[in-house]
Design a protein around this ligand. Structure first.
Ligand code: ADP
Ligand code: MG
Length: 392
């Protein structure tokens, strides 16, 4: 792999500035989910074990270049200290003095990067100021790597740079799924709309052997083939685009798997009366809310022969039972194959992670990315500035 890791760097006696993602949810002054903080622990400990001093920098919320008191990282500092079990000192402006005063295993946390307009502008001067605090730069915020900001892009050119443990884990998992995957590779792309995932579909049809299209976006593909989808969520104006994707898949030898049966209902409501019908038999006053059991059975067969699975987007309206059935069944089948060592499974996306958790399948997936936009851009085949900068 092209990027360096902590193992490639001399950290002994060095000041190590680490870009992290600790943009955690907070309610009434309390962090309600510590996941993002707990995930930077290995990076912090490994730098300290190698004799380095850790300086953390991060963004919080969207203050848009201004100081917004509620978005100060001073509120997060005690939670970082608590979760990592190390003393954390907060520095709001006199960074250089604070760095000089660091002692022992003390970790220094800098103020919200986005209070400075230079951060999002990828300003070389701001990057220089940050770089002057350290000997080595580490990026451990994969979720921010799709943005070229001073703390993710410009700074990497000013100091010896490498990926932190979390970034390393994420890049390795994605590399295993799409870079040099074991074949056959199957992708599941679901969710609401084709329009939000055009680049994703376009990239995947050229790379994977089977592409399952599910969720609301499958309706657009069915409609593009002349099928009446009733009142279903459907982007009729994208019919031509859908047909182009199908043609590209055929040329690339990628099997497109559309619903082989559909679950329809008259209302978008939990427990709504529903029936399973053929894909071309959606009543005019009904909408397609999930794929049916025949589709699930077929997908399970494809999973069983595959070596690699990459998944973004639920197969149906998973928030309202029973329209979570196809997503749950497919997810559990993938989890079981992964647990048995037969499949490498990687998934990401806000609703996808929620759906896989709800299905009880997430824990057995090889890797679940929490990186949102960065994960999607990676799946779209785009170069992420924050990752590219580490290779420079
Ligand atoms: P992710 O956040 O994982 O990228 P998306 O945001 O693209 O996923 O899609 C998730 C949404 O798609 C969910 O809110 C789900 O209810 C919706 N959805 C899936 N299938 C359907 C359907 N058949 N009709 C309407 N909405 C659907
Ligand atoms: Mg979503």
């Amino acid at each position: 792999m092209a990027w360096k890791t902590l193992d490639d760097m001399d950290l002994d006696g060095k000041r190590v500035l680490v870009r992290v993602d600790i943009n955690v949810p907070m309610e009434d002054g309390v962090v309600t989910d510590m996941t993002r903080i707990s995930r930077i622990a290995d990076t912090v400990y490994d730098i300290q074990d190698a004799g380095g001093q850790v300086i953390l920098m991060a963004h919080y919320g969207r203050p848009k270049g201004k100081v917004v008191e509620e978005m100060s990282l001073i509120h997060i500092a005690p939670f970082v200290a608590d979760e990592l079990g190390v003393p954390v000192t907060f520095a709001d402006s006199d960074y250089r003095d604070a760095v000089k005063e660091m002692e022992g295993d003390e970790v220094l946390l800098l103020e919200n990067l986005r209070f400075n307009p230079g951060e999002e502008a990828n300003d070389p001067e701001f990057a220089k100021r940050l770089a002057s605090l350290c000997d080595v730069y580490v990026n451990d915020a994969f979720s921010a790597a799709h943005r070229a900001h001073a703390s993710t892009e410009a700074i990497a050119k000013l100091r010896p740079s490498c990926a932190g443990r979390l970034m390393e884990e994420e890049l390795s998992a994605l590399e295993a799924a799409l870079g040099t995957p074991k074949r056959p590779v199957v992708a599941v792309v679901g969710g609401a709309k084709v329009s939000t995932k055009l680049d994703l579909l376009g990239n995947l049809v050229g790379k994977v052997d089977h592409l399952v299209i599910g969720g609301g976006m499958a309706n657009t593909f069915l409609a593009a083939q002349g099928i009446n989808v009733g009142k279903s969520l459907c982007e009729h104006d994208l019919a031509e685009t859908a047909r182009e994707i199908l043609a590209k898949a055929e040329a690339a030898g990628c099997e497109i798997i559309l619903p082989r049966d559909i679950v329809v209902a008259r209302v978008f409501k939990a427990g709504a009366a529903h029936e399973t019908v053929a894909p071309d038999a959606c009543p005019a006053d009904a909408m397609i809310l999930d794929a049916g059991p025949a589709t699930v059975a077929y997908i399970k067969g494809v999973f069983a022969k595959a070596k690699t699975l990459i998944w973004n987007g639920p197969m149906g309206a998973f928030e309202i039972a029973p329209f979570d059935a196809a997503t749950n069944a497919a997810a559990l089948a993938a989890a079981k194959l992964t647990k048995a060592g037969k499949l490498t499974s990687v998934a990401g996306g806000g609703d996808t992670v929620a759906a896989l958790n709800q299905a009880g399948a997430a824990a057995d997936f090889t890797y679940i990315s929490t990186a949102g936009g960065a994960f999607l851009e990676w799946m779209e085949g785009k170069e992420l500035p924050g990752v590219a900068a580490l290779n420079a």
